[in-house]
Design a protein around this ligand. Structure first.
Ligand SMILES: [Zn+2]
Ligand SMILES: [Zn+2]
Ligand SMILES: [Zn+2]
Ligand SMILES: [Zn+2]
Ligand SMILES: [Zn+2]
Ligand SMILES: [Zn+2]
Ligand SMILES: [Zn+2]
Ligand SMILES: [Zn+2]
Length: 410
């Protein structure tokens, strides 16, 4: 006996296998299109629904979107996140919260390997909801094959081994599959187990570097909305940086894709003042930042904890981080590496013995090396950590006095 189905009033539906009466005014309650046999009916409620629609599950859990169940509903227009086709007034399995949709066929296509070993070679890959089959270039001459990972095109059989889903026009090089782990334990997000590799068409923002990408791979936490771009996930970034005013360890992000502007959370800094934030020093370092992955806390490179000393190839003595340095009374301040102007209110590296002073951005590769390293035996210094940090309005005599005081600590 077939399963029983019910209308909204919980009446048992009657199955009509073929109908002789015209029913072109009757709409399916589930998919909203015209009813045709076989269909289910509840006469007392005037409820009609296709047999195929009625038998669809109302909700599914799908490995391609593990965070939320996908709900069966009719969308006016939608774009299938697997096969990339546009659909109108059609049923789909959808996560409204994430704007993630699969058409019914894509959602229900099996991802289990049923064919016996060796007959037709298929693999399962975390990035796609369907099995990927070995693509024979000789047989599939007419389809355009492009590897989703490296974007190179398979023009003939010399271009490597490909696996793919022809329905979704989704292909991967065997070598690309081998290079990218499908699951990876990442110390940047240790609480929820491994991050999983997915192919995403839209709206991918990396939690670490803020890069926004379409048609890209993304490593995602199956339990929360944490996501990293491939470079950040496979890169060497660690949570190692302690900042005294923040409870979590910070990461040093060498290249951040959004402008921090006034989002900087630094304590005791003046980066929100136009006179400070519009100078060369900020412009030249704006692409790097310190960032917390547990909350929204973020710092400009110049406002964050920097190595208290560095070694620069052009200068024999170590250079010391200073916060305000007026090295003569000419009123003009220059960097000894690039010989362009320097804003004396902004941190710089200084050798007291040689009166040698350089912009932070002129020794940036040394700083990046230190910050990306293990930071053992490295002292980082926060803005305002030294007693000679000065309020901006202080007069010249006061500046001189405080600098002298500061020098006695160097
Ligand atoms: Zn689809
Ligand atoms: Zn969702
Ligand atoms: Zn597919
Ligand atoms: Zn990233
Ligand atoms: Zn998570
Ligand atoms: Zn935090
Ligand atoms: Zn700042
Ligand atoms: Zn310079």
């Amino acid at each position: 006996m077939e399963n029983q189905h019910f209308c909204r009033q919980r009446h048992i539906l009657l199955l009509i296998r073929d109908s002789k009466i015209s029913n072109d005014h009757l709409l399916c309650e589930i998919c909203n299109s015209l009813v045709a046999a076989p269909y289910y009916v509840c006469d007392s409620c005037k409820y009609y629904a296709h047999k195929s629609c009625t038998e669809l599950p109302r909700q599914i859990n799908h490995s391609i979107h593990p965070r939320h169940p996908l709900t069966l509903l009719t969308q006016k227009v939608f774009f299938c996140d697997s096969c990339k086709q546009n659909f109108k007034n059609t049923l789909c399995f959808s996560c409204i919260q994430c704007n993630f949709d699969l058409d019914v066929e894509c959602a229900q296509m099996s991802n289990s390997i049923t064919c016996p070993e060796g007959q037709e070679h298929s693999i399962r890959h975390s990035s796609h909801p369907h099995l990927l089959r070995h693509i024979e270039r000789k047989i599939n001459k007419d389809i355009k094959i492009e590897c989703f990972a490296c974007k190179s095109k398979a023009l003939d059989s010399s271009s490597g081994v490909y696996y793919g889903c022809i329905r979704c026009n989704y292909f991967l090089h065997k070598t690309c599959i081998d290079e990218l782990p499908q699951e990876i334990l990442n110390t940047l997000h240790p609480h929820h187990g491994p991050l999983t590799l997915y192919a995403r068409l839209f709206k991918c923002t990396c939690r670490l570097c803020d890069k926004k990408e379409n048609h890209t791979f993304s490593y995602e936490c199956p339990q929360c909305d944490f996501r990293l771009c491939v470079q950040c996930c496979l890169g060497e970034v660690r949570r190692t940086i302690r900042y005294e005013d923040h409870e979590h360890l910070l990461c040093f992000v060498e290249k951040i894709y959004t402008k921090l502007g006034d989002r900087c959370n630094a304590y005791n800094t003046n980066c929100n003042l136009p006179i400070i934030s519009n100078c060369t020093e900020f412009d030249a370092t704006i692409s790097s930042a310190f960032r917390c992955l547990d909350c929204d806390f973020v710092l400009h490179l110049l406002c964050g904890p920097l190595p208290s000393t560095i070694k620069h190839e052009f200068h024999t003595d170590p250079l010391v981080l200073v916060e305000l340095l007026i090295d003569d009374d000419s009123g003009e301040f220059y960097c000894d590496v690039c010989e362009t102007e320097r804003n004396p209110r902004i941190r710089a590296y200084y050798c007291h013995k040689c009166k040698y002073i350089v912009h932070v951005h002129c020794v940036i590769s040394e700083i990046k090396n230190v910050l990306s390293g293990d930071l053992i035996d490295v002292k980082l210094k926060t803005v305002g950590e030294d007693i000679w940090t000065l309020p901006i309005e202080i007069d010249n005599a006061g500046v001189e006095a405080l600098i002298e005081l500061g020098r006695s600590f160097l």
